[in-house]
Design a protein around this ligand. Sequence first.
Ligand SMILES: NC(=O)c1ccc[n+]([C@@H]2O[C@H](COP(=O)([O-])OP(=O)(O)OC[C@H]3O[C@@H](n4cnc5c(N)ncnc54)[C@H](O)[C@@H]3O)[C@@H](O)[C@H]2O)c1
Length: 396
Amino acid sequence: MSPDPIRIAIAGTGNIAGIHATTLAGFGPRSAGSAGAESAGNPASGGNPESAASAVIVAACDVDGQRLATFCDEHQIPAAYHDIGTLLRQSRPDLVHVCTPPWLHHEHALACLRAGASVLVEKPPTISLKEFDELTAAESGVAESGTAESGGTHFATVFQHRFGTGQRRLKALAAEQDGPLGRPLLAICHTTWFRDQAYFDVEWRGRWDTEGGGPTMGHGIHQMDMLLDVLGDWTEVSATARRQARRTRTEDVSLAHVTFANGAVASIVNSVLSPREESYLRFDFENATVEVTHLYGYGDHDWRVTPVPGHEHEVLTTWKHAGSGVPSGHAAQFREVLSSLRDGRRPPVAPADSRRTLALATAIYASAFTRRPVTPAGIGPGTQFYGQMNGGSFGW
Ligand SMILES: NC(=O)c1ccc[n+]([C@@H]2O[C@H](COP(=O)([O-])OP(=O)(O)OC[C@H]3O[C@@H](n4cnc5c(N)ncnc54)[C@H](O)[C@@H]3O)[C@@H](O)[C@H]2O)c1
């Protein structure tokens, strides 16, 4: 169990850290009980606001002193540090939000776990499965040795699109044995976004050693995570990756065919070259098609359910009663993370779930570069793509 309010630190004060800080302000101790304000303006709402845990940001760190100072000033953060080690020693937070570039996630999350702080890492959780497994091992090691002061030190990943009610009701209905949707048969998962060349001027983007990949790891990973959240374990991947237009070291487009343990098959496209941008997921079940079309976040109205004739009543009635009101986004996930920590439960997204998504990204690269189908065993410890997403030598 963590104290309430939960004391949070933010590592890295760039773009996404601003969303973290602004969102966390909605969970501040003073607003924790203000149901009216929450349900009106805070997308974390949708349940009973009184149950929300509260949080306070106690510290932040960044190697860029100017950015750090502006950030702490804007979000009224009392302690600023230039390195995470000093932050951890002096501020002793309960939870650290790691918002640094992907190549630093492993180092920073490890430092947090060893210091006895839980850690919520931005996507992608790490830039290789090897790094990921080291974090999982460190998390269990800390728990076993009892180093964690709170009695449970956790490692979780930000995959905020799992937490809107649309995704949650689809997941619940899909998991029902003999449920109204029937068996999942086919899925489509498209992340067709647009990033111009200037986007890649940021030093860590578009490189295997700092970002771990292109749109497969950095952009499509959101939709692929939603896909796996519903369909579960994948068993085989065949993929193509290409660098069509951007001057990067990584792909700027990838395509994959995936087979799932439950028998479903899916087609995936990840792109940063697509002028009409869209995030699109489509699930064809025996009794209905369920689709969501959005860009960087969805609400209930972005979902569409088309039943097979004869199944309308059963499918639509169940869908309608499966909950509504929470859009996807950081607020929806933070709400769950904070209440889990407060109540002594593992915060989402748990390592077993985020590893499955990272493994799919790894398999897409492994298949694309070796030009053969890849199974989970083909990217395990000791294999070429386990330690580096490009297998150490592929790319552009
Ligand atoms: N969940 C989402 O929807 C979403 C959206 C955008 C970005 N992200 C992820 O968030 C992470 C950060 O992305 P960003 O766009 O905010 O990057 P950014 O470059 O804007 O910010 C990163 C910050 O980390 C700082 N930093 C670098 N090295 C550091 C170190 N050793 N110690 C402390 N700070 C250090 C940089 O100075 C910078 O301020 C990435 O993993 C990215 O994929 C997630």
